[in-house]
Design a protein. Structure first.
Length: 253
């Protein structure tokens, strides 16, 4: 059957952000609020996040030209856009299709935005208890999203990949929950499996999870998993690997 998927898809979580750093400080002090004034969409990369992005950019640039990305899709959030721009600095921009796509944004936290785990339990004990009962996959905070909500918008991104970027090599720069929800879709996982992956460890900043088109899998071919949370490009350059969450924190399901 005719190929309907991109030839390759790389999922990259943005580099460490100023929000990641602020959250770590607040959690270590058992505080209730994460001390950052910016909207989540406006939080920039930290200095380390820029270094992580540069290290990963060097790895992409070292790939043979015929294996490098031809399309770059990124979340409009500043930390993701900055990461994407750094990754592209050593690639041939004239060959790249570059799009900012709001469907790739981080999960919206609503009323829980900028609260630590301690802050959620203290200020919204009923919501904290409800989330513990329902689990993060289905729990939707007031004004925010559940993982299912994120998956719903990413289903339309998957349709776009098949419709507009068939046979292309697509680099997607987004966020931790976005990466996990793409895994849920591409690998046809269930709630139990994706949450087990989530409990096993956070998605490292500037890590790569990748898929390549395999005509022998699925009905007429599909994307097959190749790399998961790949951080060798950072390790090879001595760049620290970080696994901080985005805002806000929430206990594991």
């Amino acid at each position: 059957m005719e190929q309907t998927w991109p030839q390759e898809v790389w999922l990259v979580r943005h580099g460490q952000s100023a929000g990641n750093v602020a959250r770590e400080i607040a959690e270590a002090a058992a505080g209730h609020h994460i001390d950052i004034a910016d909207r989540d969409v406006d939080v920039p990369l930290s200095e380390l996040g820029e270094r992580q992005s540069q290290a990963l950019g060097s790895w992409f640039a070292a790939l043979p030209p015929e294996q490098q990305p031809t399309v770059v899709l990124h979340s409009p959030y500043v930390r993701a856009a900055e990461t994407a721009n750094i990754l592209m600095q050593r690639l041939d921009r004239a060959r790249l299709v570059v799009e900012s796509d709001e469907r790739l944004r981080e999960k919206e936290f609503g009323i829980l935005d900028r609260l630590t785990t301690h802050g959620i339990a203290h200020h919204h004990p009923a919501l904290y208890e409800q989330r513990q009962h329902v689990g993060k996959f289905y729990f939707r905070p007031p004004g925010g999203e559940s993982w299912c909500d994120v998956i719903l918008r990413l289903r339309s991104v998957a349709d776009t990949l098949k419709r507009e970027y068939c046979r292309e090599r697509v680099l997607i720069v987004a966020h931790q929950v976005t990466v996990n929800c793409f895994r849920y879709l591409f690998e046809r996982l269930d709630e139990k499996t994706i949450l087990a992956f989530d409990r096993a460890g956070d998605v490292p900043n500037c890590s790569v999870t990748s898929y390549a088109y395999d005509p022998a899998q699925g009905k007429g071919g599909t994307l097959a998993l190749r790399l998961v949370n790949f951080v060798a490009p950072l390790e090879a350059t001595g760049t620290p690997v970080t696994v901080s969450k985005d805002l806000p924190a929430a206990p594991k399901a």
